[in-house]
Design a protein around this ligand. Structure first.
Ligand code: FAD
Length: 466
C-alpha cells in the first residue's frame, strides 16, 4: 500500500488526510453492538477522497489500484454493522458528492449514489406527486447507494418487500476496481451481484429506483393490553388487502412509554403499541378494523394541530433501527438483534422467544412482505450482559427456527444468511482482482474454506481487531 504514490494521482480531487477527519469518516453506527465497538473502535482509513463525478470516481479507483491501496466506499456512514469501516485502512471513498437527481419520470427516478433518500423523495413529490417505494428509517441522512449496498428494506417493506426482491431496484451504474476501471450498467438479475454486497465488488455511481404515488401518510398508534393481542392485530392488518399501509411495527409494553421521547406520553407503560403509517383514504377502514379488534387508537396525526404535528418526529423515526437508537439514548446498555421469524409459525415463534428470553429482551417487530407473504422480522432490544450471553441468545433464536442476521459481526455472510453468495464472489473476482474493495467483509474471498457451521467468529487478519 503506497499512500504517497496514490496522492500523486489524485490531482483535482478533494482529498483529506487530517487524522481526525479521516477517523470520523471511517466510522458508522457500529457502536450499536458492544462486540463491534470492542473490535472496530481502533479502525481508521489513511485518506478520504471525495469525488463529485463518475469520472473522478474512475480516477480515484484507478489510482488506488496502481498504488495497491484498499478502497472502502462510503455513503452517509449510517450503516450499523461496520460495513463502511476500512478494516485494512487505505482510502475511504466518500460518494456523498455524487448527489444529483438527474431524471424523474412516471414510476422512476435516477440519481447519483450519494443522493440522500429524503432529498430524492422531496424532489419526486414536488415534481409529480410520487415517492420512493421504500426507505430506511434513516431517510433524512442515508444515501441511496449506501441503502442499496448496505441496507435491506424498511418503511414501505410492508407493501413492497425488500431491496432483495427483483424490481425494487431498476438499474445501477457501477465502476470496477481495475487498472482501467470499467463502468457497467446493471439491470434485472445482475443487480443482485452488487446489491447488499457492502461495496466489496464495485462502486455504485448512479441508481434508478421505482416510485409509487405519494400520500400525506397518517401516523397512528394503537394500544393493546398485551403483546399477543398486538401482534395478532398487526398480522391481520398486514393481510388486509384493502388498507394501504407504509409502515407496521409492534413494540412490547414499556418500549414506547419508556423510550419514545415525544410519542411516549400517548402510550401507557403496560400497553403494547402498534405503530402504523396509513394512507389518508384508508384511515376510516383502519379505524373500523381497530374497533373490530378492540384496539385503542391512542394517537393519530390527522387529529393533531399543525403545530403539535410539527413538534413531533415522523413516526417512522421510532421504527426499524431508530427504536434501538432512542432506547440506547435512555439506557446505553441496550443492544439488539436482527431476526426473521419463520412463516407461517411466526406468531407462535414470537411468543416462544418472549417466554424463553424473558426480561432480557423487549420485543420490537417489523411486519413486512417477504416473498409474497406477510411475516414479522424482529429487531428485539436486548439488555447486554456479556458477549457469551449474546451469542447464547443468538443460538436460542436459531434453535427455534428464527433466522438471525447477526448485527454483532461485520462480514456479509455472518450478518446475512451464514453462507457465501457465489454470484457476488464471482463478480468480485471479475471486478476487483486484487481484492482492494472493502477488504475483510466478504469471507468467501478471504477464506473460501470457512466453515459457517463451526460457529467460529470470523476475524479479518488484515487488520489488528481489538
Ligand atoms: P453507509 O453506511 O455509508 O454504507 C453502507 C454500506 O454500503 C457500506 O458497506 C459501504 O461500503 C457501502 N456503500 C456505500 N455507498 C456505496 C456505493 N456508492 N457503492 C458501493 N458501496 C457503497 N437499514 C435498513 O435497511 N433499513 C432501516 O430501516 C434502517 N434503519 C436504521 C436506523 C438507524 C437509526 C440506523 C443508525 C441505521 C439504520 N439502517 C437501516 C442502516 C443504514 O442506515 C441504512 O442501511 C442506510 O441506507 C445506509 O446508507 P448510508 O449512506 O449511510 O451507507
Amino acid at each position: 500500500m503506497d499512500i504517497e504514490k496514490l496522492k500523486t494521482k489524485l490531482g483535482g480531487l478533494l482529498v483529506e488526510d487530517d487524522p481526525a477527519i479521516v477517523r470520523k469518516k471511517s466510522r458508522d453506527f457500529y457502536w450499536y453492538s458492544p462486540v463491534l465497538k470492542r473490535e472496530l473502535d481502533h479502525v481508521t482509513g489513511d485518506i478520504v477522497v471525495s469525488p463529485t463525478t463518475e469520472a473522478e470516481v474512475v480516477q480515484a479507483i484507478a489510482a488506488a489500484f496502481e498504488a495497491d491501496v484498499p478502497a472502502t466506499p462510503r455513503g452517509s456512514g449510517t450503516g450499523n454493522y461496520g460495513q463502511a469501516m476500512p478494516l485494512a485502512g487505505g482510502m475511504v471513498l466518500s460518494l456523498s458528492g455524487l448527489n444529483d437527481i438527474t431524471h424523474i419520470g412516471p414510476g422512476t427516478v435516477v440519481s447519483g449514489a450519494g443522493a440522500l433518500l429524503g432529498k430524492i423523495d422531496a424532489a419526486t413529490r414536488a415534481h409529480s406527486g410520487q415517492e420512493l417505494r421504500m426507505f430506511p428509517s434513516t431517510h433524512r441522512t442515508a444515501s441511496i447507494g449506501g441503502f442499496i449496498a448496505g441496507g435491506s428494506g424498511g418503511v414501505g417493506s410492508i407493501r413492497w418487500g425488500g431491496l432483495r426482491n427483483i424490481g425494487n431496484v431498476i438499474r445501477l451504474r457501477v465502476v470496477t476496481m481495475e487498472a482501467n476501471p470499467r463502468v457497467l450498467d446493471l439491470t434485472g438479475d445482475d443487480i443482485g451481484k452488487i446489491a447488499h454486497a457492502y461495496g466489496t465488488n464495485g462502486i455504485i455511481t448512479e441508481c434508478e429506483m421505482p416510485l409509487g404515488p405519494s400520500y400525506d401518510w397518517i401516523d397512528v398508534i394503537v394500544g393493546f393490553e398485551n403483546m399477543e393481542r398486538a401482534t395478532t392485530f398487526a398480522d391481520r392488518l398486514g393481510n388486509e388487502d384493502g388498507i394501504l399501509l407504509k409502515e407496521l411495527s409492534v413494540m412490547a409494553p414499556g418500549v414506547a412509554h419508556d423510550y419514545f421521547p415525544g410519542h411516549g406520553k400517548f402510550v401507557r407503560r403496560d400497553q403494547a403499541a402498534v405503530l402504523i403509517m396509513v394512507a389518508p383514504h384508508s384511515v376510516s377502514a383502519l379505524q373500523a378494523f381497530t374497533q373490530r379488534h378492540s384496539g385503542e387508537m391512542l394517537f393519530r396525526t390527522d387529529r393533531l394541530s399543525e403545530d403539535d404535528r410539527r413538534a413531533l418526529p415522523p413516526l417512522f423515526e421510532l421504527t426499524w433501527n431508530h427504536t434501538t437508537l432512542v432506547a440506547r439514548r435512555v439506557d446505553p446498555a441496550i443492544t439488539y438483534l436482527q431476526t426473521l421469524y419463520p412463516y407461517p409459525q411466526h406468531l407462535e415463534a414470537v411468543a416462544r422467544m418472549g417466554t424463553l428470553i424473558g426480561s432480557e429482551m423487549m420485543d420490537h417487530l417489523e411486519f413486512i412482505r417477504f416473498d409474497g407473504r406477510i411475516v414479522c422480522s424482529g429487531l428485539p432490544l436486548i439488555r447486554f450482559t456479556t458477549e457469551e450471553r449474546l451469542d447464547e441468545i443468538v443460538r436460542l433464536f436459531e434453535a427455534n427456527g428464527c433466522l438471525v442476521f447477526n448485527p454483532h459481526r461485520y462480514t456479509l455472510e455472518e450478518g446475512g444468511m451464514k453462507r457465501s453468495d457465489l454470484g457476488q464472489l464471482a463478480f468480485k473476482r471479475e471486478n476487483d482482482p486484487k481484492g482492494l474493495l472493502n477488504p475483510g467483509k466478504m469471507i468467501a474471498w478471504d477464506d473460501p474454506d470457512f466453515d459457517f457451521k463451526s460457529e467460529r467468529k470470523y476475524l479479518f487478519s488484515g487488520s489488528s481487531p481489538g
